[in-house]
Ligand binder design. Structure first.
Ligand code: ADP
Length: 637
């Protein structure tokens, strides 16, 4: 900040704050001569301040020459505008502002070195900027007022030479007067869902049943028929991203006639140190209590992690954060009238204590929407512009997509229709549907061999196989779709010994072993990056050796489950050789198991190709027919 000219024309506190956010978000590019950066701005109404700040970032000494290096991208404007923005990329340094990630055209995204989302400044930043720029201190509350107030009004309040305390007094008055702040966070749900109630929503399965029951209980509690002890106090929603967990909380609040406080781990953490984090968390609970009955929605609850996942640098931060949350959930100050709805994409990562009775003891999965739900979601987002038959046709063609995907598809279709200056048509929506592709029979067989490999090795090693399945179709435009899976039951109380991990590695390599055995070689489906079988097995083998004292030595490098492989190798150059040995041994073990059960293996592959899904029991029966002697387990369901 020290090079920023304080008396630069047009610059006042909003621009300084914007400058601070931008330079923090794209700090690594500060000294880079060439870059093209996309900035997604949460508070679109503040774009003018951000553009001024971005121009300053590109050249601190410049006048307006650099204005055309910074552009606001308006996805609703003509193709000519889009081309003009594309042309900008020939400058050495370019910054383009977007309203949302979805608004970035595909081609442009590829051309950008970086796309960052800029959050509103946090309290610490504001205090720092005011101290630096105006040589005065502000309290946390004053800083919060500066963040939340209308920045256009703030500029007015900051008339030249007016002392800061006076500016703050004016801002406070504006806030007290309740003047609607045009800079308040934009509605994420869009106008279609602005007043949505749970009754009108589809695709929520058990979560909807739970929510409607809760609304009845709250009515009974209000009328004194039942006490607070009889009301469910919390629920954990889990499900893939985009299944509408956030919008669920909003609809639930409307149905329950209750207040709503929406927050997340990240929002609490934005305040910085542990103390600030805990205070921010307490404030959210206080706000919810003030508005009781109230739904307190906590997104990304898995970010709290688990206290028993090994020692990390952050352990004491995490532990204290979790303990702080437990204190709030247990409600030393009373939590009457506050229902906590927490959301996660990874329920297994959550500390068991958070899920205990009286806290988030109800767990509900939100699945990807089925045909009926997809029809309703299309209908809702199309606002009646296409009839029921067309909505159903779209739903039939969009198996496997989430509610958020549908919203995006419809938004793109609306945009296209607007450009063509006519109402939306079926063809507009069809254009943006992911393209389903039938998987050819040879590939289907390879996938079946792979999954049966996992299933048989797992069952023979005593794991509880629930089911094994493969897909016959994939959506070409959706990334990272699994083409098959073998699902095993979880055993939370199993002792995680060396044998347990070696079995897990052997099962993980079962797919590769089966491909080699039945097809002569494996393909790159098992290899490569994060999430692949070989990568996961390698990670487990490294942890076994370098974290859990289950390899040659005892010295532990701590929790290195997420550490880049290259760093682990730097820490211990011999680790990969040892890990390779473990992987080879387990691959051999998996291969031997499959060789012993080759006839069953072949029969099961045929059955899976034919039916696309087999239960654990069916796999067991096939192995029994072979006269298998190993231990086994199966779970119904
Ligand atoms: P999540 O929190 O699960 O990632 P969101 O609640 O943010 O998902 O959903 C993103 C958007 O997707 C919502 O604002 C809504 O427009 C749309 N959406 C998702 N699920 C549904 C649904 N069941 N019905 C209608 N719209 C949905």
């Amino acid at each position: 900040m020290k090079n920023v000219l304080r008396d630069r024309a047009g610059f006042s506190l909003p621009e300084f704050l914007a400058y601070a956010s931008i330079s923090r978000a794209i700090r690594p590019y500060r000294r880079v001569p060439h870059f093209a950066i996309g900035i997604v701005l949460e508070n679109w109404e503040r774009k003018t301040s951000y553009v001024q700040a971005a121009v300053m970032f590109i050249d601190k000494r410049s006048d307006h020459r650099f204005q055309d290096h910074v552009k606001i991208f308006d996805e609703n404007r003509s193709d000519h505008h889009i081309e003009a923005v594309m042309d900008m990329l020939q400058h050495k340094q370019t910054i383009i502002f977007f309203r949302s990630e979805d608004a970035i055209p595909e081609d442009l995204r590829f051309a950008l070195d970086l796309v960052v989302k800029i959050e509103p400044p946090d309290i610490r930043q504001v205090r720092g900027v005011v101290r630096w720029g105006y040589k005065t201190k502000v309290t946390d509350d004053q800083a919060a007022a500066l963040i939340n107030c209308d920045w256009r009004r703030l500029k007015l309040a900051m008339t030249w030479g007016r002392p800061m305390p006076r500016v703050l007094a004016i801002v406070e008055k504006m806030v007290q007067a309740g003047a609607p702040s045009v800079t308040s966070a934009p509605s994420q749900t869009g106008e279609v869902l602005a007043d949505i109630r749970l009754e009108d929503m589809e695709g929520y399965g058990d979560a909807k049943v739970w929510g409607l029951d809760l609304a009845r209980d709250l009515d009974d509690w209000r009328s004194g028929k039942i006490t607070w002890d009889d009301v469910d106090k919390g629920v954990l929603l889990s499900g893939p991203p985009g299944t509408g967990k956030t919008i669920f909380a909003k609809a639930l609040a409307a149905t329950c006639n209750a207040g709503l406080v929406v927050t997340s781990y990240a929002k609490w953490q934005a305040k910085g140190y542990l103390n600030d984090f805990l205070k921010a968390m307490q404030r959210s609970f206080q706000e919810a209590r003030k508005n009781a009955p109230c739904i307190l929605f906590i997104d990304e609850i898995d970010a709290f992690g688990s206290r028993d996942c090994g020692s990390t640098q952050n352990e004491s931060y995490d532990t204290k954060a979790i303990n702080g949350l437990l204190e709030q959930l247990d409600g030393l100050e009373g939590r009457e009238g506050v229902i906590v709805v927490a959301a996660t994409n990874n329920p297994h990562k959550i500390d068991a204590a958070i899920l205990r009775s009286g806290r988030l003891d109800q767990q509900v999965k939100i699945p990807l929407p089925d045909l009926k739900a997809r029809t309703a979601i299309f209908r809702m987002h199309l606002r009646g512009e296409l009839d029921e038959g067309r909505c159903r046709c779209l739903a039939e063609l969009s198996e496997g997509v989430s509610g958020a995907d549908i919203q995006k598809i419809v938004r793109n279709a609306h945009r296209r229709a607007r450009r063509l200056r006519r109402p939306v048509e079926l063809a507009d929506v069809l254009l943006y549907l992911p393209i389903p592709a039938q998987i050819p029979p040879e590939t289907l067989r390879v996938n079946a061999v792979h999954e049966i490999g996992h299933a048989i090795v797992g069952v023979v090693l005593g794991m509880e196989l629930v089911s094994v399945e493969i897909s016959s179709r994939i959506l070409l435009t959706t990334q990272n779709q699994p083409v098959g899976k073998a699902t095993f039951g979880r055993r939370p109380w199993a002792r995680r010994t060396k044998a347990h991990y070696l079995d897990a590695i052997a099962m993980g390599l079962g797919g590769m072993a089966a491909e080699q055995l039945l097809l002569g070689c494996h393909d790159d489906g098992v290899a490569g990056g994060r999430g692949s079988d070989l990568y996961d097995a390698t990670r487990t083998a490294i942890l076994l050796d370098r974290s859990f004292g289950m390899g040659d030595g005892l010295a532990s490098l701590g929790d290195i489950s997420e550490a880049p492989m290259i760093d682990v190798n730097r820490m211990d150059r011999s680790v990969l050789a040892r890990v390779d040995k473990v992987l080879n041994e387990q691959l051999l073990r998996a291969t031997e198991i499959l060789e012993r059960h080759r006839p069953a293996c072949e029969r099961l592959v045929d059955a899976l190709v034919a039916g696309l899904e087999l239960s654990g029991q069916e796999v067991l029966d096939a192995l029994d027919a072979d006269g298998r002697v190993e231990p086994r387990a199966v779970r119904s369901g």
